[in-house]
Write a protein that binds this ligand. Structure first.
Ligand SMILES: Cc1cc2nc3c(=O)[nH]c(=O)nc-3n(C[C@H](O)[C@H](O)[C@H](O)COP(=O)(O)OP(=O)(O)OC[C@H]3O[C@@H](n4cnc5c(N)ncnc54)[C@H](O)[C@@H]3O)c2cc1C
Length: 356
């Protein structure tokens, strides 16, 4: 059996949450090791690559990853005329470059970074077993390992509700600066999207996994319609997909043996269950988890509880609204077919969504 390496903070996952956590903890003087099972930062991309403009406050170098600007959101509800919501300001990013830049920032802050290395399990005493046979004992383990977090599973905290997605990248023939959203009773618990990214666009959809078998024909149909309208080309330049937590915020603090465990990003259920947006909350929660981890290492025993409270203050209300709207819509799907008014009540562009 290999020797156990002793460090301050082990970060599992180097997506936006983990890279932000590693940077925050290392810049506060903690000895940080951060690992990811991927071979290359941010690859493969499993994302539609839209971020709200506000994320620029968290990631000052955002402009370097900007592919195009977004000014508004157009929502198509069934066959009704489109609804335009102005002042929906955001950026389409190069997600792979964005993730890689966050990892580089963590490395510059002093974190030791390993790709191609995964967490296998966490022993009852808190020792992490890695895929290369090595073992690490950390005072704090940050679980930033995505929707199906192994760290979360080790402490019994797991996303119970996950949406599934399917996306293709297609040539964009008519440029535009809106995110197009398609709502239909045919896509329970989700929606379809067309997000422009310069000369290409991300065309995808997601929803409740029980309707998984409908996803491919629905996406192919939408693609065919958009080709017929002359908006996108018929070539498919790439495919991706992935799971999106849709059950709302989880308990983000636990312990195993002598190790504190902090969950961040998708592992903490911080992705919006209606929109599927989770990059910004991953960056913010990752930074907060890294700060809390460094504080725990420095002897501040209250830092874990403060992390939980601060996360709840920041995210719980908006996530709870999204969960309630999604659940109400799913109940309608269970007994029949939701109409356009029901679909509007479950989408952020409409005042009905924000009403009491
Ligand atoms: C198709 C799709 C489209 C999306 N579009 C958008 C969008 O346009 N805008 C938006 O804001 N959000 C979007 N999201 C959601 C967004 O991608 C996530 O919320 C975000 O990536 C969460 O970041 P994270 O760091 O928490 O997790 P992730 O980015 O999932 O990173 C987790 C990392 O952990 C690693 N890992 C997992 N298990 C282990 C292990 N055992 N050991 C080591 N490493 C491990 C993984 O390899 C991964 O790199 C989309 C999601 C999908 C699936």
């Amino acid at each position: 059996m290999s020797d156990v390496r002793i460090i301050d903070v082990l970060v599992v996952g180097l997506g936006p949450a983990g890279a932000s956590a590693a940077a925050a903890a290392a810049s506060r003087g903690a000895r940080v090791v951060a690992i990811d099972r991927k071979r290359v930062a941010g690859h493969p991309v499993q994302c539609a690559e839209f971020v709200p403009a506000l994320i620029g406050q968290q990631v000052p170098a955002l402009d370097q990853h900007r592919q195009q600007r977004i000014r508004a959101m157009t929502t198509f509800v069934e066959d009704e005329p489109p609804h335009l919501r102005e002042q929906f300001s955001g950026v389409m990013i190069d997600r792979q470059a964005f993730d890689a830049a966050l990892v580089a920032r963590a490395e510059q802050a002093g974190a030791e970074i390993w790709f191609g290395l995964s967490l296998r399990e966490i022993d009852a005493d808190g020792t992490a077993q890695l895929s290369d046979g090595s073992r690490i004992a950390a005072a704090v383990i940050v679980g930033a390992d995505g929707p199906r977090s192994a760290v979360g599973a080790a402490v019994g905290i797991e996303n119970q509700v996950l949406a599934e997605t399917r996306q293709m990248t297609v040539p964009l023939l008519m440029s535009f600066e809106e995110t197009d959203i398609f709502l239909s009773h045919k896509l329970p618990g989700g929606y379809a999207w067309l997000f422009p990214k310069g000369e290409v666009a991300n065309l995808g959809l997601g929803g409740d996994p029980r309707w998984r078998s409908h996803f491919k024909p629905l996406l192919d149909d939408l693609h065919t319609q958009l080709v017929a309208q002359g908006r996108v080309g018929s070539d498919v330049l790439g495919h991706t997909g992935g799971a999106i937590p849709s059950g709302g915020m989880l308990e983000p603090v636990a312990s195993v043996g002598t190790a504190h465990v902090l969950l961040a990003g998708d592992a903490a259920g911080l992705t919006n269950p209606i929109t599927g947006a989770g990059i910004m909350s991953a960056v913010i929660s990752g930074e907060m988890a890294g700060e809390a981890a460094a504080a725990l290492v420095a002897g501040d025993a209250d830092a874990a509880a403060s992390y939980r409270d601060d996360l709840a203050d920041m995210f719980e209300a908006s996530l709870a609204r999204a969960v309630a709207r999604r659940e109400a819509l799913m109940r309608l799907h269970d007994v029949g077919q939701p109409g356009p008014d029901d679909l509007r009540r479950a989408w952020i562009a409409f005042p009905e969504y924000w009403a009491a």
